[in-house]
Design a protein around this ligand. Structure first.
Ligand code: 5GP
Ligand code: MN
Length: 346
């Protein structure tokens, strides 16, 4: 992967306070990429701070900065600090998002901030023109992978993975591992190359897998069983499956952020299922979170853009719905009815 580091290096050299921001409902790639960037920049003598719009899965807390003064700021919990950190930064780096609106409450701060803005992202249709520098390609597994190749291109790392600090390397590995569903989707030759180099660098692959992928509570595992056994519905004429996860169920199963990670992939193990959807009621009741997955020949990105105010990748996308949960099945069926073959197989 060839990345020209000249402009990024110039921006990094002239910045001290650097705000690292990712998307609402941060997943492993979001947390991995902001913490990887943090660890790299801190080692470089900068003053990076991480600001996330909403809480991230507990299993990734070990990636957080050690310095208690640098703990990740969650905008929903501490909006004043979050807004102040974005406003005072002299460089803002957005990671793992294709649209500024995915930063939710931080969008206006970022837009009105005086600092130059950099994007590092691997989604389709990124808003390149809203950034002073955009490092954006869909030809990598994850934002963490793109960040890895970017770091290697910078003069101080100079192509040598041994110069990437171990905390940074671990964060990168976690983001790639979670975004690819542990090497099952969106894996490129460059992804294996990176993984191999990171493991040689000292990353404990098995340890990270245990921490991040085998970290759930009993109630989460029971919720998974309940969803598959009692909640999965099939729409055979569209080769689709979907599940609804209500606030009542979330309460009953002591739901925590990240607990539904992976649920949406499960119906794709059925031979006749090509599209899978998970609709999750939001605790505040304002909207339904939509997760879409598909087998390789089907494009769910267009489905997300057209019917669910979202987007993402060809085989993994997300969005929102602003209707009551009980109206979702009819809406989903109608959306699939209207989704033409031209869009579906594009
Ligand atoms: P997930 O289903 O894991 O939440 O998201 C799958 C993919 O869709 C991720 O790459 C994520 O970035 C993208 N995605 C999820 N929600 C949204 C959304 O509301 N808007 C957009 N544009 N993309 C989303
Ligand atoms: Mn990602």
């Amino acid at each position: 992967m060839s990345i020209d580091p000249t402009r990024l290096e110039a921006l990094l050299s002239s910045a001290a306070d650097i705000a690292l921001v990712s998307h609402f409902n941060p997943d492993g790639d979001a947390v991995g990429s902001v913490t990887a960037a943090y660890h790299y920049l801190k080692a470089r003598g900068k003053r990076p701070r991480i600001i996330l719009p909403s809480p991230y899965p507990e299993s990734m807390a070990f990636l957080e900065p050690d310095d208690p003064r640098d703990r990740i700021v969650i905008c929903e919990q501490d909006p004043e600090t979050a807004h102040a950190l974005v406003a005072r930064a002299d460089l803002i780096i957005c990671l793992d998002l294709n649209r500024l609106s995915r930063t939710e409450y931080l969008e206006n701060d970022i837009l009105s901030a005086r600092a130059p803005k950099v994007l590092v992202d691997h989604h389709l249709a990124a808003e390149l023109d809203r950034f002073d520098l955009a490092i954006s390609t869909t030809g990598v597994s994850s934002t963490c992978e793109l960040l890895y190749w970017t770091l290697l291109a910078l003069p101080d790392i100079a192509g040598d993975p041994a110069r990437i600090g171990i905390r940074c390397a671990e964060s990168i590995y976690v983001g790639m591992m979670t975004d690819t569903n542990n090497f099952s989707n969106s894996v490129f030759p460059s992804t294996f190359e990176m993984a191999s180099k990171l493991i040689a660098r000292g990353v404990d692959k098995d340890g990270l897998q245990e921490k991040v992928l085998s970290c759930y509570s009993v109630s989460r595992t029971r919720l998974l069983g309940h969803m598959v056994k009692d909640k999965m519905r099939l729409i055979p004429r569209h080769q689709a499956a979907y599940m609804l996860l209500s606030n009542r169920e979330k309460e009953r199963y002591h739901f925590k952020p990240g607990d539904s990670e992976g649920f949406v992939n499960l119906p794709l193990a059925i031979d006749s299922v090509q599209i899978s959807a998970l609709f999750t009621e939001n605790a505040d009741g304002g909207y339904i979170r939509v997760s879409l997955r598909s087998k390789s020949r089907i494009n769910v990105n267009r489905l997300a853009v057209r019917f669910f105010f979202g987007g993402g990748h060809r085989n993994a996308s997300g969005g929102r719905l602003y209707i009551p949960l009980e109206e979702v099945p009819a809406y989903f069926e109608k959306a699939l009815d209207a989704y033409t073959d031209e869009e579906k197989f594009s």
